[in-house]
Design a protein around this ligand. Structure first.
Ligand code: NAD
Ligand code: GLY
Length: 378
């Protein structure tokens, strides 16, 4: 890893950070700049000029940012329209995508047109899937506006929708042409959604980068105060780490990309049992990471001190480390229905130290898993 990458999160000032996702013919850049939306025409011109553009957004984000994005694209005289669907995970369905296909046809999008995803992870996943499948695939651009989308979902090309049977069961790998991130949009993001993104941020520290984890430990105050400069640096660092994983294993074939699922098998089970409205994904991931760390201690991989460091950082950023009124056996059963289970067998991402994880495919004793769940239940 080059020094620029290693230390870019210490850089001061409102600089433009550019990260290249080097996927050969599918290569693209991630541009991070405070105030980027005020200079969007310049940043987006080469991707949309002389092409029809359909912006896809949700009912919350469109109210806040669509005017700016529409006029920036109009400035470079591209033909632009917008499609808006109700905010929230329940919209992540084939029905929504079908209504977007109809809108795209009505607007006359052809194979040379471009889709712009303006919003959080739900918008990015839906718009990306629309782009992947409309006329067998057209270009799309990610403008993520939630922290989770900035640090995770907008990078790497996973797109898709949910089925009643489970989350993200339908989808395609389809890389964007560029990812444009304006950290200033976080100023309007509800606090609970910021926390949701922070759980994923901490995840990167645990799975890949102890220096970054230490940086987070030393900047909890700035993060809790939503210091924009600190967030820009953190977003850049996460994008670098995510890009590294995606370049190594674009389609999650070798197991490398699976490390991004640290804590997620427990988390998805918690979300299913609790109902997606009662606990948000970030909260479930925080608790899931605690369960995974506890399991790793029991499996003699991780020491107690490292487990405690993770817990302390989660608590310092006001994320939960345990869950009440839930049965360990229910979580255990629900975990087997997760799409990450292979032939009905669970695979775990277990930390071995801060900054390093192992993908554990061999059977882990049921009692040990149940005990790890109980250790994180009130
Ligand atoms: P989301 O898109 O529902 O956004 C959360 C809420 O914040 C929504 O109400 C949204 O309208 C609002 N919002 C977004 N940006 C805002 C802003 N700047 N100001 C005010 N409100 C704003 O959820 P999310 O947490 O961004 O993403 C979760 C989704 O991402 C899930 O569907 C998950 O499966 C998916 N995901 C995908 C990947 C991937 O690799 N494709 C990775 C992780 C998660
Ligand atoms: N968020 C998991 C992945 O992109 O692979």
């Amino acid at each position: 890893m080059s020094n620029f990458y290693k230390f870019c999160y210490y850089k001061k000032g409102n600089t433009v950070k550019k990260i290249d996702v080097n996927l050969k013919e599918r290569a693209y850049s991630i541009i991070i700049m405070e105030g980027l939306l005020d200079d969007l025409s310049a940043k987006i011109e080469s991707f949309v000029s002389k092409r029809k553009v359909l912006i896809v957004s949700d009912s919350n984000v469109s109210k806040l940012y669509s005017k700016k994005v529409i006029s920036a694209i109009q400035e470079i005289s591209a033909d632009v329209d917008i499609a808006i669907f109700p905010a929230g995970e329940p919209s992540k369905t084939l029905k929504t995508v079908e209504s977007l296909y109809e809108k795209a046809i009505e607007f006359g999008l052809d194979r040379s047109s471009v889709i712009v995803a303006l919003g959080g992870g739900v918008v990015g996943d839906i718009a990306g899937f629309l782009a992947a499948t409309y006329m067998r695939g057209i270009d799309f651009i990610q403008i993520p506006t939630s922290l989770l989308a900035m640090v995770d979902s907008s990078v790497g090309g996973k797109t898709g929708v949910d089925l009643p049977a489970g989350k993200n069961l339908i989808g395609a790998f389809w890389q964007p042409k560029v990812v444009l991130i304006d950290p200033n949009t976080l100023k309007t993001l509800p606090e609970r959604e910021i926390k949701c993104g922070l759980a994923e941020v901490i995840k990167y520290g645990i799975i890949m980068d102890e220096d970054f984890f230490r940086y987070l430990e030393n900047h909890t105050q700035e993060l809790n105060q939503l210091d924009c400069e600190c967030f820009s640096s953190v977003i850049a660092r996460c994008c670098i780490l995510k890009a590294e994983v995606v370049i190594a294993d674009e389609r999650e074939e070798t197991g490398t990309r699976a490390i991004l699922n640290y804590g997620h098998t427990f988390a998805h089970a918690i979300e299913v049992i609790r109902g997606f409205e009662n606990i948000n994904h970030g909260e479930a991931v925080a608790i899931g990471m605690c369960m995974a760390a506890s399991l790793s201690v029991a499996d003699m991989r991780l020491d107690d001190a490292a487990e405690l460091r993770q817990e302390n950082l989660l608590r310092a950023l006001h994320l939960p480390c345990s869950i009440d009124n839930i049965k360990a056996s229910e979580i255990y059963t629900a975990m087997h229905k997760d799409k990450k289970a292979v032939n009905g067998k669970l695979r775990f991402i277990l930390p071995e130290t801060i900054g390093e994880v192992a993908l554990v495919s061999e059977e882990i004793n049921k009692n040990m898993i149940m005990q790890a769940i109980r250790n994180c239940s009130d």
